[in-house]
Design a protein around this ligand. Structure first.
Ligand code: NDP
Length: 490
């Protein structure tokens, strides 16, 4: 750290230099080639593609591209496991497997965290401190429910639905797997899961955990590949589809399933409002804003991508924010000092660049702190736009990158009106010292989750999901079990 001496004042730090603190990657042993995990065995794929590390573009492994026949084989294995005993196993027995999986994830958390950062580009401190602990926590939480379903849903005689087809995105690969697999198994279903094309490796390593836990063959099956594999899973003989991803694909799935009798839950995009009132603790709010939009490079469906600031404090708040942004360290995801890692794929980088250019063209003012980006890989600096009108694309569309749009408001009514002026409704944040105002706002914001004086806080006991084009159905908590259960009155 260098210290700047100012006349008549205490010395102040003028910059923080960090020595590299890379996490060792040797703990991860990758195979050259991965097939599909079906019925407890890896099946050899006919077609493969290369999955890479987005921070370096280094190839990591060959992964199978599932055909409709591969997907059908996985669904058949799940059906056999469902009929062959899993669905009639006492809840207390199912719970033992879930507890085992949770414990193994904890034991192997460093290995999983390194692999998650390598394949997805997110900073190791996030995969280590957020993704892995939360993934294990979901299995622990739902293990606790497995033998209490009769009490959770009294007089409704809950029973499993059957085979669940689950499709997940690339922003929280292992965590989204946990959100989907844990409640499904706790409720007595079997599963076929398709991870995103760009981030299949932690799901494939998870197969090893399933073997270690001695989960009966076929209870969880993993098929990999691009959107074609996802589409095949939707069409396959499954009883329920659970999807997290873009609104566009979510709508397409809903169209395909209409009239089929298959159940569906959709967790889609967002354009969350993070609302700062003039009585908020500004330094804490700045931390919440940074966490809300730069966490995981902004690849977060509930990212606080629209910042609404009460007009009287807009200037000082934006100044503070810019100063804080200048201290964010962008770079190697495996470095423990890194705050902002790599963009997940070239396609996503191009989408971010295109939307940022639209912000410039429409007249917003851009600020990016000076930072040196690595030469290889996919990178985008933390970005904030001011002078944004509500009609601009950067205020309307989900960017899914480290890009914040700042807008202002004068009254609480105006804040609510502007915050709700979006096709989405997944999450929101409110910063104020008045408890009554928090409740007043939370009642009026059309968002599935409203955080107060914090942002991006998750707990397995707390349901998560959207309104409007952010989807329907809830994951997490007791609510997260319902989509995986059938009831007498259904
Ligand atoms: P997608 O919705 O395309 O992908 C989500 C998952 O669905 C992936 O596993 C994907 O496979 C699969 N999929 C793709 N097409 C189909 C289909 N027709 N039927 C069934 N499954 C399908 O999101 P992208 O990854 O392409 O990201 C695009 C945009 O979506 C992002 O820029 C972001 O705005 C938004 N997004 C939102 C997320 C959220 O959590 N709300 C998460 C991810 C993205 P594959 O990976 O092979 O394409």
């Amino acid at each position: 750290m260098s210290v700047e001496k100012r006349r008549g004042q205490a010395p102040v730090p003028s910059g923080f230099d960090y020595a590299p603190a890379p996490e060792a990657r040797e703990i991860v042993q990758l195979r050259e080639r991965y097939g599909f995990y079906v019925g407890g065995r890896f099946l050899e794929p006919a077609e493969t593609y290369t999955t890479i590390a987005p921070a370096t573009e280094e190839p990591l492994a060959e992964v199978g591209q599932a055909s409709a026949a591969d997907v059908a084989a996985a669904v058949a294995a799940a059906r056999r496991a469902f009929d062959g005993g899993w669905s009639s196993l006492p809840g207390s027995e199912r719970a033992k497997y879930l507890f085992r999986i949770a414990r193994i994830l904890q034991e192997r958390s460093r290995e999983f965290a390194v692999l998650e950062s390598l394949n997805g580009g997110k900073p190791i401190k996030e995969s280590r401190d957020v993704d892995l602990p939360l993934a294990a926590a979901h299995f622990f939480y739902y293990a606790g429910w497995a033998d209490k379903l009769e009490y959770a849903f009294p007089n409704r005689r809950p029973r499993p639905v059957g085979v669940a087809g689950q499709i997940i995105p690339w922003n929280f690969p292992l965590l989204m797997l946990a959100w989907k697999v844990a409640p499904a198994l706790a409720a007595g279903n079997t599963v076929v899961l398709k991870p995103a094309e760009t981030t299949p490796l932690t799901a494939l390593l998870f197969c090893d955990v399933l073997r270690q836990a001695e989960l009966p063959d076929g209870v969880v099956n993993i098929v990999t590949g691009d959107g074609r594999a996802g589409a095949a899973l939707v069409e396959a003989d499954v009883d329920k589809v659970a999807f997290t991803g873009s609104t566009e694909v979510g709508k397409e799935i809903q169209r395909r399933l209409a009239g089929s009798g298959k159940r569906l839950t959709l967790e889609l995009g967002g354009k969350a409002a993070n609302i700062i009132f003039d009585d908020a603790a500004l330094d804490q709010a700045v931390e919440g804003i940074v966490n809300g939009i730069y966490f995981n490079q902004g690849h977060v469906c509930c990212a606080g991508s629209r910042l609404f600031v009460q007009e009287s404090i807009a200037e000082p708040l934006v100044e503070k924010l810019k100063r804080r942004m200048a201290t964010l360290r962008v770079g190697d995801p495996l470095d423990k000092n890194t705050d902002v890692g790599a963009i997940n794929s070239r396609a996503q980088l191009e989408k971010i660049e295109e939307l940022v250019q639209s912000g410039r063209d429409e007249g917003a003012e851009i600020y990016q702190p000076p930072c040196r980006l690595p030469e290889r890989g996919y990178w985008f600096p933390p970005t904030v736009f001011t002078n944004v009108a509500q009609s601009y694309r950067i205020a309307q569309e989900e960017i899914f990158g480290p890009v914040l749009s700042v807008l202002t408001f004068r009254t609480p009514d105006e804040a609510v009106e502007k915050a709700n002026n979006t096709p989405y409704g997944l999450s929101a944040g409110v910063w104020t010292e008045k408890g009554s105002r928090i409740l007043w706002m939370a009642e009026r914001l059309r968002a599935g989750v409203v955080w107060a004086n914090t942002y991006n806080r998750f707990d397995p006991a707390s349901p998560f999901g959207g309104y409007k084009e952010s989807g329907f159905g809830r994951e997490g908590g007791l609510h997260g079990l319902e989509p995986y259960l059938a009831f007498d009155r259904d």
